[in-house]
Design a protein around this ligand. Sequence first.
Ligand SMILES: [Zn+2]
Length: 327
Amino acid sequence: MSEPFSTPRIIGHYQGPEPGPLVIAIGGLHGNEPAGVQALERLFELLEEEPQINPGFSFRGELIALRGNLAALGQGVRFIDQDLNRIWNPERIDALQAARSIPFEEDDANSEEEELLQLLAAIEIAIEESQPERIVFLDIHTTTAQGGIFTITGDDNFSLQIGTELYAPVIKGMLEGIKYTALHYFQSDRFGKNIEVAALCFEAGQHNEPESVDRALAATINLLRAVGCVQNADVRTLHDELLQRYAATLPVMTQLSYVHHITAADEFKMHPGYLNFQAIKSGEELATDRNGPILAPQSGYLLMPLYQQLGDEGFFIVQDFSLGVAY
Ligand SMILES: [Zn+2]
């Protein structure tokens, strides 16, 4: 078993003695969301302790955990130049990587593009070394509003199946509402057609709630169990119950049905007090912008109402979805 090691970018890289998937986890793609980073740091402490308290412990596969937006994390802001979770554009990445391969060639990468290239370099090296048959990507976030504990996955069965095992509501179809997120990138064939890839995003709660760190840790351990890296009895925390108790009152699976896109010029202002998964009625006034009131175009549950200055989406609406229902 290799010794865990860390750098400013790499929280830890754990290689188990037995074969298994390569799990790539990122915290802090948004610099004002440090909970994911803290959860992954604690996970590596737990993995270090585990063999001492649990002599039968054996890790299958490999786990690499990365800090997302280092510059923005340092300043505690969502981003410096551009949202790091909206720029995973394969064409732009190819162009930047090509420019970087030419000595002394200058390029116009901004702060987040620089972060993206460094993240991809770490990810590509890990894949190259590990030669995995399966990659599981986990991207950990938090939200401005309270109550935002949920999992976003692609619509592929591998991702959906893992998603339901994190003990949080799963939201389908989010990738259709936005573009160029890390999840989109991992869902494509970028790492080769022979590698099966699952990609999930876990929203751990409000940015500054201490419980968001606990929930992110619990969800990450649940994911490691779901994909067979650790067994049920391994790496036990008391946070599982926290997650399950919370999720018990929320819809199990929903599907994105509406996105309210905004620009800074809109002067969008969400009405105060809205929570994630709050039931809303069609026609309800949710917000205002420079053109007047903004009414809910449909009934459903509200998701990620925007209560911060920076953002490209004012709110999302999701509706109940159950597997097996034709759509
Ligand atoms: Zn985020």
